[in-house]
Design a protein around this ligand. Structure first.
Ligand code: SR1
Ligand code: MG
Length: 399
């Protein structure tokens, strides 16, 4: 008989007590703290202790939709294994998995209550100056250590088979590359921006580019991706960060993770005119653009340094890692463009745009996000980092 049950607070406490090996008479409290789209999340703590633990459990359906969209609970096992694997490559910046129980579709994670969700910090205009470079370092390490630069043929094939995540990656294919580029019932299009959405849906040249990005997402298994690296998947604190929520992970193109995080910083850029007077908003826009630059620079430098030590004589060839980075950059811009479009008119939006109260300003920011997203997809091949910065200044900051 299955031990699975949908946890209430008391179940989460019981699981935490057993999994963490806590004494049966230690008083414990718990509360549901989840605000994500998919799972339930509880914090369990002992009164008077500064740190507790986090219990995350997969439901047999998508939490934000309900039972009408069933979804494999096996995602919890896959997520725990990805986090453990990423934690081996980069323990400093990956949330620690303390225990996981595939039958309960539950895992015990370190408590990050002394961290903040990066998206929320950005919305509160709180700057974490080191976060971007740290995230670049995290990506270089987790990608390198699961790539052909580090693993030999047999090892990489074995790892990529072990981390196959078909149901969750199929959702990404649908909600990232398919729905937002056509009139699909799952989309969430603000009526005032419907005309711009319809223009995108009729843009055949754009859809050809998106098709190529989707095709690569399926076929270009370069590294074990996080798979959903938006600013809500990053917890920041003074001088450090932790990456959480890897349930959409699996093998795919390295540029995908980079593109998703670039896009979420750019969505924040696009939201600034809706939230601040121009001169203040422009300062925050410059900060976000600087963060993208710092993230890319640290990712690129660390990846190239790691690749120099590759045991594969062909891939370690001088100059190859640099050439590979140029491809990753172009891929990242294309995926960033898709993420900007899908977070504006697809099923899952971001608070940066949706939280703008004034509808006229909100729609102006959404238009900016759609327009920049389209430009990134269309021009990814032509934009080196100088041209990219120029584009941002011309399209956004100069208004
Ligand atoms: C129906 S799932 C929609 C989105 O929620 C998650 O946060 C992922 O971003 C996914 O694409
Ligand atoms: Mg998530």
């Amino acid at each position: 008989m299955s031990r699975y049950r949908i946890f209430k607070v008391a179940d989460a406490i019981a699981y935490a007590r057993e999994a963490a090996g806590l004494a049966s008479d230690l008083p414990l409290r718990g509360e549901e703290i989840g605000d994500g789209n998919l799972n339930q999340v509880f914090r369990v703590w002992s009164p008077g202790e500064p740190h507790g633990v986090i219990v995350k459990q997969a439901l047999p359906y998508i939490r934000c939709i309900g039972e009408s969209w069933p979804l494999t609970r096996d995602r919890a096992r896959i997520e725990a294994q990805i986090l453990l694997r990423h934690g081996e490559a980069c323990p400093e910046y990956t949330v620690a998995v303390l225990h996981h129980d595939p039958a309960l579709s539950a895992m015990l994670l370190e408590d990050l209550s002394d961290h903040r969700v990066w998206r929320q910090a950005l919305l509160d205009d709180q700057l974490f100056p080191e976060a971007a470079a740290q995230l670049g370092r995290y990506l270089a390490r987790v990608h390198y250590h699961s790539s052909a630069f580090y693993l030999d043929y047999q090892a990489q094939r074995a790892v990529s088979t072990r981390f196959v995540n078909p149901e969750l990656m199929a959702i990404t294919e649908a909600v990232f590359f398919v729905d937002p580029f056509r009139d699909h019932e799952r989309n969430n299009v603000e009526p005032l921006i419907r005309a711009e959405a319809e223009q995108l849906w009729a843009d055949d040249a754009l859809k050809v580019k998106v098709a190529a990005l989707k095709h690569d997402f399926r076929c270009k298994g370069e590294a074990l991706l996080h798979g959903d690296l938006h600013t809500g998947s990053v917890m920041v604190a003074a001088g450090t960060l932790k990456v959480i929520d890897a349930e959409f992970g699996g093998y795919g193109p390295i540029g995908f993770d980079l593109g998703v995080i670039f896009a979420n910083l750019l969505l924040n850029v696009c939201s600034q005119p809706g939230r601040h007077p121009a001169v203040i908003g422009q300062r925050y826009q410059q900060q976000r653009i600087e963060e993208i630059r710092a993230l890319w620079q640290s990712f690129r430098a660390d990846f190239i340094a790691l690749a120099a030590g590759s045991a594969d004589p062909a891939l370690a060839e001088a100059g190859y890692a640099q050439a590979f980075m140029r491809r990753v950059w172009r891929d990242a811009l294309g995926y960033a463009g898709c993420e900007m479009v899908r977070r504006t008119i697809g099923i899952a939006h971001v608070a940066d745009l949706d939280g703008i109260e004034d509808p006229v300003r909100r729609v102006a920011c959404q238009r900016q996000a759609l327009s920049l997203g389209r430009t990134l997809v269309m021009e990814a091949e032509q934009l080196d980092d100088t041209a990219f910065n120029l584009l941002l200044v011309q399209q956004i900051i100069a208004g």
